[in-house]
Design a protein around this ligand. Structure first.
Ligand code: URA
Length: 218
C-alpha cells in the first residue's frame, strides 16, 4: 500500500519538470493528479484549466465543484479516489488538446494507472474516453456504457464541465454516478472489452438503459 504511494511520489518527482512538449512553456504548474495512491476508483479528465494550472491540482475550478458534489452524492470524496487528466499541462486559453500532445503525455497517465491499479476508471468526456478505450468513437455513443479493458472496468461519462453549458445534463451525470456506485457495490464484475467480443473489433455498446442486464454480461 505504502509501496504504491512511494512509487507514485517518486514518479511525480521524476516527471514534474517535463519539457517534452510546448505546453511546458506556458504552464504555471505541472498538474500530476491527486488523491489516493491505492484508490479503486480513478477519474480521468481532459487537461488542467486556469485554476488547476495555478494550484497544481486537478479539478479545483467550477467543474471540480461539480465533481465533488457528484462524489458526495454517492457518499465518497476526492481523498478516496485518484483524479488525473490526459494532459498534465494547461493548453493555452483552455483549447482542446492536440493529438501530438496527447501522444506525448499519455505515457504519464498509463504509468499512473499501472501504479495505482484501480478497479474502475471513469473517463470524463471525449479525450480521456478515446484514449483509454483506444477508439475514435464519440463520447455520445460510448457514455454510460460499461466496458472492460486490461481487466479493469471502464465507464465513460460526460465531462462535468458540460453541465456548466447545459444544466439539463446534470441528471444524466447523477445517474452515471449511481452506476459507478452500483458497479463498486457489485464487486466489479468484469468481462471482455466490447472490441474483444466483436469480430469486427467494433466498440459496439450495450443497452445503456438496463444496468442489471449490462452487468450480467460480465
Ligand atoms: N477539466 C479537466 O478536464 N481537468 C481539470 O483538471 C479541470 C477541468
Amino acid at each position: 500500500m505504502d509501496d504504491k504511494r512511494e512509487r507514485l511520489k517518486s514518479f511525480f518527482y521524476k516527471v514534474k519538470d517535463c519539457r517534452q512538449c510546448d505546453l511546458h512553456s506556458g504552464r504555471t504548474r505541472f498538474v500530476f493528479g491527486s488523491g489516493s495512491a491505492t484508490a479503486e476508483l480513478m477519474f480521468v479528465g481532459e487537461a488542467p484549466g486556469r485554476n488547476e494550472d495555478i494550484q497544481g491540482l486537478p479539478f479545483v475550478g467550477r467543474a471540480g465543484k461539480i465533481l465533488d458534489d457528484l462524489l458526495g452524492s454517492i457518499g465518497m470524496n476526492r481523498k478516496e479516489v485518484f483524479i488525473a487528466n490526459v494532459l498534465k499541462c494547461r493548453p493555452p486559453a483552455n483549447r482542446d488538446p492536440k493529438l501530438e500532445e496527447i501522444d506525448t503525455c499519455k505515457e504519464y497517465l498509463f504509468k499512473q494507472i499501472n501504479i495505482i491499479d484501480p478497479k474502475i476508471i471513469c473517463t470524463l468526456g471525449k479525450y480521456s474516453t478515446q484514449l483509454i478505450l483506444d477508439t475514435s468513437h464519440g463520447i455520445t455513443g460510448l457514455r454510460g456504457k460499461v466496458y472492460c479493458k486490461d481487466g479493469r472496468t471502464i465507464l465513460p461519462i460526460n465531462h462535468p464541465a458540460a453541465i456548466l453549458y447545459n444544466p439539463t445534463r446534470m441528471e444524466i451525470l447523477q445517474n452515471d454516478f449511481l452506476r459507478i456506485k452500483n458497479i463498486m457495490d457489485s464487486g466489479y464484475r468484469t468481462g471482455p472489452h466490447p472490441a474483444e467480443r466483436n469480430e469486427e473489433g467494433d466498440h459496439e455498446a450495450d443497452n445503456e438503459n438496463d444496468d442489471s442486464e449490462q452487468l450480467g454480461l460480465f
